[in-house]
Ligand binder design. Structure first.
Ligand SMILES: [Zn+2]
Ligand SMILES: [Zn+2]
Ligand SMILES: [Zn+2]
Length: 351
């Protein structure tokens, strides 16, 4: 028997079916049908179940293909052609009732709404290893370069799909810190100084927002340090060690070379999303849609926030290429500390 390459289907979906006693999880692939779940854990149960299927149906990279293309690219409005490596993409429908995990190329995943690329690191060690796949070292799958930047980008992308659409920027910034600082049981401790530095200390509404989304158990707001537990099973047991994740969490507070504006959280989050796409070049760019999804904004709002980042001096300029739908931006040149200005002015040819 010959296996056709194109016959390998790697699409899994689950449905959270509303019931009187709480939603039940229904999976057509394995006919799982859970007893009613607490509303707060349903989302996380859906992600964990899909991740199990992806791990169990492990396939060598060269046999994986873009499942979006196999479906005629009907998952996204525009078709720019498949390109980029094939990764697992997580998509939820508008109401968060149906969740889909599928192999998709970078271009198709980027063009599909409510979709996040699930980092390999998130599917890492939490789930049973198939005997066909030897355990990977913690650094496998990471591109060379600044690991912190990659981790923060992956986590913001993941939260873009995992958190409800209207989650506020402040709650997303807190969620990012929690996901990167959690231990293997989802426990997080955040020092008061950290929250003060983020200008988010005492914002109980943000914790309530994340708790209402079923993403964490709300902390006792008066305790210091703030202690809480995450309910999103997908962010537990991430493959990179806790130390590496803490370094990423730390970088996200001061994502050089960008200087985050002090407030408001919407500007800080947008600047952080830009920082995760900032390279060594002088001009930096990415899809406006990608930035919008990482921040939970519409592309139009993202445009307005980029205008404001120019006003605050975080960026010198930005523009939107309407043909490619890319946003490109430039950062201020780092100020020379030596020689002093007056001297440089007297000697215009000073190197
Ligand atoms: Zn299943
Ligand atoms: Zn496609
Ligand atoms: Zn594709």
């Amino acid at each position: 028997m010959r296996l056709a390459r194109t016959a390998v289907r790697r699409i899994w979906t689950v449905e959270l079916r509303p019931q009187a006693g709480g939603p039940t999880l229904v999976c057509p692939s394995c006919t799982a049908h859970t007893s009613p779940l607490a509303a707060s854990s349903a989302r996380s149960a859906a992600l964990a179940h899909l991740a199990c299927h992806a791990r169990a149906d492990v396939l060598p990279v060269y046999l994986r293909s873009c499942q979006c293309r196999a479906q005629g690219c009907a998952w996204h409005p525009r078709h720019r052609g498949c390109h980029g490596p094939v990764r697992l993409a997580l998509t939820r429908d508008r109401g968060g009732r149906t969740w889909r995990l599928a192999d998709a190329c970078t271009a198709c995943a980027g063009a599909t709404s409510h979709t996040a690329v699930v980092p390999d690191t998130l599917l890492g060690s939490a789930l049973p290893q198939s005997s066909a796949s030897p355990p990977k070292p913690a650094s496998a799958g990471l591109r060379p370069g600044p690991d912190e930047q990659v981790r923060v980008r992956e986590m913001l992308t993941y939260l873009g799909a995992a958190l409800p659409r209207f989650t506020s920027p402040g709650a997303r910034l807190l969620g990012l810190q929690c996901a990167l600082r959690a231990d293997t049981r989802g426990h997080v401790r955040l020092q008061a100084g950290l929250l003060r530095g983020m200008r988010l200390r005492g914002h109980r509404d943000l914790w309530q927002e994340l708790a209402h989304a079923g993403w964490l158990e709300p902390p006792d707001a008066r305790s210091a340090p703030v202690q809480l537990r995450l309910l999103d099973a997908a962010v537990l047991d991430q493959a990179p060690g806790r130390l590496a994740r803490r370094r990423a969490a730390h970088w996200a507070l001061r994502p050089a070379p960008l200087a985050l504006p002090a407030t408001p959280p919407a500007l800080r989050l947008t600047a952080l999303a830009l920082a995760t796409h900032t390279s060594a070049d002088t001009e930096h760019s990415t899809d406006l849609d990608i930035l919008a999804r990482m921040c939970g904004h519409s592309p139009q709002q993202t445009g307005e926030l980029l205008d404001r980042l120019v006003t605050t001096g975080t960026l010198t300029t930005w523009h939107h290429n309407r043909e490619t739908d890319e946003a490109a931006w430039q950062l201020p040149q780092p100020r020379p500390t030596n020689p002093p200005c007056s001297r440089a002015q007297r000697h215009p040819a000073w190197p």
